[in-house]
Design a protein around this ligand. Structure first.
Ligand code: CP
Length: 303
């Protein structure tokens, strides 16, 4: 039985296969509409979500399966003091695969140790978000036609942004990748992730100026300042609008730049960018359904 806790749990070959299946689903969705007949996905979300939970549910429904679950801890027996381990033990008897989001780093890993069915980490604290990364990889592959030879700007909250940490870990395994890390000093990539970059030998630059390397970028990955991870509201208020991407800031950008954002957006991309063909973030959210369809089939051993 396979779990997906960290994107590194999957080999590059497994990831490339998932992307291939997702692209087939995009081309011929009808061929997949009964692949998971009779199977049940549980979505256990101890933290809010729109895209991840609903795209998982849409994915399972489009495969012919069923879904059950909860969207907040307060509507589960966790609010009465039940442990994650006990919850997983029980829900494993109600479902064939579990997608779980939790505010505590490592909670999905703890769940996987106790689970009788595959666990998919749907985001754990500021740590990892591997299914967002699969979504991002499908997006890059679809929009750029490749997953290597890319200069990727990561902008915003690189400290708490779990999507950034997972994406770096994934992209490090492709050829000729360069990173431009754009953040205020307080939200720089954590030391443990810098060590990951250093030990891989990948080229990277840190800056706090979003325009400094704009002309070099193939991908600009914007992120929200993660309000829910701050201990001090004043710090959040001071940093939340540090970057606001608008058409003026894109004046030196490549014509085929791909602008991504895992969403939700707050203020970090001005809505005047939405109509620019380089803005891929709403297409990215839709790709999330297709890659999760491919992932659910893989986790359930469906050909
Ligand atoms: N990208 C993402 O994880 O969005 P949600 O928090 O809405 O699931």
């Amino acid at each position: 039985m396979k779990h997906l806790i960290d994107i590194k749990d999957f080999s590059v070959e497994e990831i490339n296969d998932l992307i291939k299946v997702a692209k087939n689903i995009i081309k011929s969705p009808d061929k997949y509409s009964h692949k998971c007949d009779g199977k049940i996905l549980a979505t256990l979300f101890f933290e809010p979500s729109t895209r991840t939970r609903l795209s998982f549910e849409s994915a399972m429904l489009r495969l012919g399966g069923n879904v059950l679950g909860f969207s907040e801890a307060s509507s589960s027996s966790v609010s009465k003091g039940e442990s994650v381990a006990d919850t997983i033990h029980v829900v494993g008897g109600y479902s064939d695969v579990i997608a779980m989001r939790h505010p505590k780093e490592g909670a999905p890993f703890v769940a996987s140790v106790k689970s009788s069915v595959p666990i998919i980490n749907a985001g754990d604290g500021g740590h990892n978000h591997p299914t967002q990364t699969l979504t991002d990889l499908l997006t890059i592959s679809q929009e750029k036609g490749r997953l290597d030879n890319l200069t990727i700007g990561l902008c915003g909250d690189l400290k708490f942004g779990r999507t950034v940490h997972s994406l770096i870990n994934a992209m490090l395994r492709y050829k000729n990748i360069k990173f431009v890390l754009i953040s205020p000093d307080e939200l720089k990539l954590p030391e443990y992730m810098i060590k990951v970059l250093e030990s891989s030998g990948v080229e990277y630059i840190e800056t706090n100026d979003i325009e400094e390397y704009m002309g070099d970028l193939d991908i600009l990955y914007m992120t929200r300042v993660q309000k829910e991870r701050f201990f001090n509201e004043q710090d959040y208020i001071r940093l939340k609008d540090y970057y606001i991407l608008n058409l003026d800031k894109l004046k030196n950008a490549k014509k085929d730049l791909c602008i991504m954002h895992p969403l939700p957006r707050v203020n970090e991309i001005s809505t005047d960018v939405d109509d620019d063909p380089r803005a891929a973030y709403f297409r990215q959210a839709e790709y999330g359904v297709y890659i999760r369809m491919a992932l659910i089939m893989y986790m359930l051993g469906v050909k």
